[in-house]
Design a binder for this molecule. Structure first.
Ligand SMILES: *Cc1c(COP(=O)(O)O)cnc(C)c1O
Length: 301
């Protein structure tokens, strides 16, 4: 049985041939090494939610996600490992014949999938809708989509403990922003935190993010949404070529939805001299490699 292993987290130095005259260090924090599917940031966002549900004696946990959601499969696998039942509310109506690889994997992990249409799904943050949902199930603990609650942010804050103070800039990809918020709260004030949003016009997250950062920590952070490659889940040949190149030169596997777009952006910013030469950059590998199933035959790893 594969178990979650936080000791497996490591900092990897990237091949410096191309950047050594531009910045002083470019390394990556390999959170993806924790577990093949309970990977990266997902474990940190889940752990306190899961412990709370178990400690309080809930019969199951319930959460939300799309058909390719890294959060959904991470929740399914983590729940199985800790022996609590899991339910997943899926955005969109699917049947076994058209399950994504992620949905099939969720069921394999024992998660009960419940499909609702996109309109219905859009209510997922509304308290009255959530109360009705909760009432349908016996003693279930609801975790918001992406683990986006206080426990999720607290867990994400723990990631900062892996980051030595010598790094001047920390780069991370952003979905709900939960990981970003936790990191900003956990990093040293003077460390710059750069968030890369893989969806169009993603900087709309700025206000929402600001609301969850401790006032004293509300500085030295920025979001970039230039490298969305057409929008969330979209990609092109150039991104695939970049991923293969990154693997071939650094032995570094990236995922197609989040980390590849972040690394592409960091690469471009370094090339265009965005950073001072003294910059010591640490990128965070937030995992998500299970999401590469749909492009597997085009990847060299
Ligand atoms: C979910 C996910 C993110 C986004 O995390 P948030 O906390 O929702 O911002 C980033 N990278 C990967 C690989 C993910 O799976």
């Amino acid at each position: 049985m594969v178990t979650i292993d936080e000791q497996a987290v490591a900092i990897q130095q990237l091949n410096s041939d191309w950047y050594h005259q531009k910045v002083s260090a470019l390394d990556i924090l390999r959170l993806d090494l924790i577990h093949p599917v309970i990977s990266g940031n997902k474990w940190y966002k889940l752990k306190h939610n899961l412990m709370h549900a178990i400690h309080e004696g809930y019969k199951s946990i319930l959460t939300f996600g799309g058909a390719h959601s890294n959060h959904l499969i991470a929740t399914a696998a983590a729940a199985k490992q800790y022996g609590i039942a899991a339910k997943g509310i899926v955005r969109g109506e699917y049947h076994k014949e058209n399950y994504s690889a992620t949905l099939a994997a969720c069921e394999d992990e024992g998660m009960e999938l419940i499909f609702i249409n996109k309109e219905e799904y859009s209510h997922k943050h509304e308290p009255t809708w959530l109360q009705k949902l909760e009432a349908q199930f016996d003693d279930t603990f609801i975790i918001p989509e992406g683990g986006a609650n206080e426990w999720g942010r607290e867990g994400a804050e723990e990631i900062a403990a892996f980051i030595p103070p010598a790094y001047t800039h920390v780069c991370v990809s952003v979905g709900t922003g939960t990981t970003f918020k936790g990191l900003r709260n956990g990093l040293a004030d003077e460390q710059q935190l750069l968030g890369f949003v893989p969806m169009k016009q993603g900087v709309y997250l700025k206000e929402e993010i600001e609301g969850h950062i401790h006032p004293a920590k509300n500085k030295n952070w920025q979001l970039f949404d230039k490298w969305h490659f057409g929008g969330f889940g979209k990609w092109n040949d150039e991104l695939l070529a970049f991923m293969n190149d990154c693997y071939n030169t650094n032995n570094l596997p990236l995922d197609i939805v989040y980390t590849s777009k972040m690394m592409y952006g960091v690469h471009e910013m370094i090339t265009e001299n965005y950073f001072p030469v003294s910059a010591r950059i640490l990128c965070i590998h937030t995992g998500g490699l299970q999401g590469n199933a749909s492009v597997q035959e085009r990847l060299s790893y």
